[in-house]
Design a binder for this molecule. Structure first.
Ligand SMILES: NC(=O)c1ccc[n+]([C@@H]2O[C@H](COP(=O)([O-])OP(=O)(O)OC[C@H]3O[C@@H](n4cnc5c(N)ncnc54)[C@H](O)[C@@H]3O)[C@@H](O)[C@H]2O)c1
Length: 319
């Protein structure tokens, strides 16, 4: 299988968000010219992009991936697209299924159609490891395990991947889908660590934990995630390829609460539980991914959970 070498212009969708903005940093640092599209619907803004706009290293278009006509108005000179714009919340996908479908399925379809019409061949897609497999019986779960999502968000990511596969085959695209674990770190304003931190700021004596706290997942620090995108770009393979991007370490929700209270030097915090095995409808109770495929490309997890969470808390304290 051949490896492509991308040299110039890159389009990043969702580039004002948590993961997207870190990817833009990495790309600009490596000398790529970056175009960002984002509709800023996640209350994100241009704070991480402004310096690159001023330096002429990037440009920005406030465009929704749901709006195909707006996407078509973009240039066509992109060597690769990083597609991260999405509705990233599992809970919201359950209460607002149409919003999730229109953003995550139609939004991805619109990007693929734009690529077909403008003859752009290469795409890296941000999929999800914890949600596309649902409740797998094999742990750690390899990439070729059947997809059986239990949330609309997981279904949307799986559906988007299926279109990535068909477009690759029909129109000679090269698409790599990175199935991301639970990503955390500076600039993230959602997720369990962020929620716990703010609950403890409000009340340092009590912490409400959704579910029974035994939900077990792998968490990956943002720097290791960005490295995965970097290595994928360097090794962009022909055809449709999928990689799990996660950590071999698994952590329960209770362990997160304990680690956080330790870092914050809080004692006698009373943990209360809303009960039930899941934190919310569609929540996966156990997720652990086989990451050997990406490791074979030279990728490694450099930040264990305890290191990553300490760095993240330092950032949260400065907010
Ligand atoms: N954070 C995680 O743990 C995680 C895990 C697995 C997969 N992912 C995926 O990674 C990607 C980035 O996630 P994130 O955590 O950085 O989320 P985020 O909400 O911080 O970033 C997403 C960005 O996309 C933008 N956006 C949303 N809808 C849009 C639309 N219709 N058109 C254009 N822009 C739109 C938002 O304004 C935001 O800036 C998403 O595709 C998400 O599903 C994230």
């Amino acid at each position: 299988m051949g490896v492509k070498h991308i040299t110039k212009n890159i389009l990043v969708t969702g580039g004002c968000g948590f993961i997207g903005s870190h990817i833009v940093d990495m790309l600009v640092k490596k000398g790529f010219y970056v175009t960002v599209i984002d509709d800023l619907s996640a209350k994100t803004d241009l704070r991480y992009l402004n310096k690159y706009l001023e330096e002429g290293k990037a440009d920005f278009h406030q465009i929704s991936v749901q709006n195909y006509d707006d996407i078509l108005s973009l240039d066509s000179n992109y060597d690769c697209i990083f597609h991260l714009a999405a509705q990233p919340d599992v809970k919201l996908s359950v209460s607002e299924p149409r919003l999730d479908f229109e953003t995550n399925v139609i939004g991805t379809f619109n990007i693929l159609e734009y690529m077909r019409v403008k003859d752009i061949k290469d795409l890296i897609f941000a999929s999800s490891v914890g949600t596309v497999y649902g409740e797998p019986e094999v742990h750690p779960t390899p990439e070729n395990y059947p997809l059986k999502p239990i949330s609309n968000y997981g279904a949307a990511k799986a559906a988007a991947e299926m279109y990535c596969s068909s477009y690759t085959s029909l129109y000679n695209f090269n698409i790599t889908s990175l199935r991301l674990g639970n990503i955390f770190g500076p600039r993230s304003t959602h997720g369990v660590i962020y929620d716990f931190y703010h609950k403890l700021q409000r009340n340092s004596k009590e912490l409400e934990i959704l579910g029974d706290g035994t939900q077990t997942k792998s968490y990956l620090y943002i720097d290791d995630t960005v490295n995965a995108f970097d290595i994928t770009l360097k090794n962009l393979q022909e055809g449709f390829n999928v990689f799990n991007v996660s950590s071999e370490e698994t952590t329960t929700v209770i362990e997160i609460a304990e680690e956080l209270t330790k870092i914050l030097d809080l004692s006698d915090v009373n943990f209360t539980f809303t009960g039930g095995k899941r934190g919310w409808k569609g929540d996966v109770t156990y997720s652990s991914a086989d990451i050997s495929k990406l490791q074979a490309l030279g990728w490694e997890v450099k930040n264990p959970f305890s290191v990553g969470i300490s760095k993240y808390v330092e950032w949260l304290k400065q907010l």
